[in-house]
Design a protein around this ligand. Structure first.
Ligand SMILES: C[S@@+](CC[C@H](N)C(=O)[O-])C[C@H]1O[C@@H](n2cnc3c(N)ncnc32)[C@H](O)[C@@H]1O
Length: 302
C-alpha cells in the first residue's frame, strides 16, 4: 500500500543496505529487492513467526535478503549485527496487521469469522486477549477501549464484557463480537459495532504504540547520515505518534534552542521530506482499506 510512494521516499540506491521493519507477506520487500543491484542488501523483520516462515519459503533463493523473526523495537541491536559495518540507507515501516493475519480466523484478529480470542502478532510471547479479558477490571477494560478504540461507549462495552464473563469465559471472537453488539450500536454506517473494541484490544495486547515509539527511536539511531525513514500508518493514533516523533526530531530539543551553537544532543536529527501522502484513486479502487493509510518520510541529518 502506498508502495510506489514509500519506495520513492526511501530514495533507493542499488548498492545500499536497507531495512523492511514490517515484512508481512513480503510485498515491499519484493519491490525493494527489484530496485537493488547485486551489492544491495535488505534486512526484513516481522514479529509474526508465520510471516517469517512464509517469507523464507518465498525468498529461499534470495541471497541479498536476511529475514528475522524479531520486533522492530530491537532494531538498534539487529541492524549492527546484520549490517557488517555497511551504512543503513533506509528503514521502512508499514504498520498494522497484514491480510494473512486478518484472514486467518485462528489468529483471532477478526470478528467476521469465529476463532480463538488471541490477537497476538507474535503468539510465542505474552498472553492472548482472552486471558487478559478474564481478569481485567471494568475500569481497565474501559480505559483500553476508550484510549485505543476511541469508543465513546467504552464503559458500556466494558461492563457488558464483565457481566458476560461471569456466565461464561470469553474464549472466541464471535462471543466477544456478540457481547459488544449487544451493548452498543455502531455510529458509522456499514461498520460492525465491535470494530473499535477489536482494534483497541489488538493495539493494547501487542503494545503497538509502545513498539512504534521504540522502533522509531531505534531507526534514527541506526540510520546513516542522508538515510531515509519512511512510515506508513493506518490509524490516527499511529500517525500522531509518527508525526510528533518526526516533528520533535526535526526541531531539536526546544528547551535547548536559542544559543547560536546547539550542543550535539540538541541538534535536530531528521529533516522532513515532503508532506504526508495518502493513497491515490487507483489504489483506493483496488483496496478500500487504504483509505486511512498515510505515508510520512524523513531524512537522517549528519
Ligand atoms: C501491514 S503488514 C506489512 C505488509 C508488508 N509491507 C507487505 O508488503 O506485505 C504489517 C506487518 O508488521 C508486523 N509487525 C507489526 N508490529 C511489528 C513489530 N513491532 N515488529 C515487527 N513486525 C511488526 C505485523 O506482524 C505484520 O506482518
Amino acid at each position: 500500500m502506498l508502495a510506489a510512494e514509500a519506495l520513492a521516499g526511501l530514495a533507493l540506491e542499488a548498492g545500499g543496505y536497507y531495512v523492511d521493519a514490517t515484512f508481512g507477506r513480503g510485498g515491499h520487500t519484493a519491490l525493494i529487492l527489484q530496485a537493488l543491484g547485486r551489492e544491495g542488501r535488505l534486512l526484513a523483520l516481522d514479529r509474526d513467526p508465520q510471516a517469517i516462515a512464509a517469507g523464507r519459503r518465498r525468498f529461499a533463493d534470495e541471497m541479498r535478503l536476511a529475514l528475522e523473526h524479531a520486533s522492530f523495537a530491537d532494531l538498534a541491536t539487529l541492524v549492527p549485527a546484520h549490517a557488517h559495518g555497511r551504512p543503513c540507507r533506509g528503514v521502512l515501516f508499514d504498520l498494522g496487521v497484514s491480510s494473512p493475519q486478518l484472514d486467518d480466523p485462528q489468529r483471532g484478529f477478526s470478528f467476521r469469522a469465529d476463532g480463538p480470542l488471541d490477537m497476538r502478532m507474535d503468539p510465542t510471547l505474552g498472553e492472548p486477549v482472552s486471558a487478559w479479558l478474564a481478569r481485567a477490571s471494568v475500569d481497565e477494560i474501559r480505559q483500553v477501549i476508550s484510549t485505543f478504540g476511541e469508543e465513546r461507549f467504552a464503559r458500556r462495552v466494558a461492563q457488558a464484557i464483565v457481566v458476560a464473563r461471569r456466565a461464561r469465559a470469553l474464549q472466541s471472537t464471535a462471543q466477544l463480537a456478540a457481547v459488544v453488539a449487544g451493548a452498543v450500536r455502531s455510529r458509522e454506517p456499514g461498520k460492525h459495532p465491535a470494530t473499535r473494541t477489536f482494534q483497541a484490544l489488538r493495539m493494547f495486547i501487542n503494545d503497538e504504540l509502545g513498539q512504534l515509539e521504540r522502533g522509531l527511536a531505534a531507526a534514527v539511531e541506526v540510520l546513516a547520515p542522508g538515510g531515509r525513514l519512511a512510515v506508513i500508518t493506518f490509524h490516527s493514533l499511529e500517525d500522531r505518534t509518527v508525526k510528533r516523533f518526526m516533528q520533535r526530531e526535526s526541531q531539536g530539543h526546544s528547551a535547548l534552542r536559542g544559543p547560536a551553537v546547539l550542543p550535539a544532543k540538541a541538534q535536530p536529527r531528521l529533516k522532513l521530506i515532503g508532506r504526508k501522502t495518502r493513497a491515490g484513486e487507483a489504489e483506493l479502487a483496488r483496496n478500500p482499506r487504504a483509505r486511512s493509510a498515510l505515508l510520512r518520510v524523513a531524512q537522517r541529518l549528519p
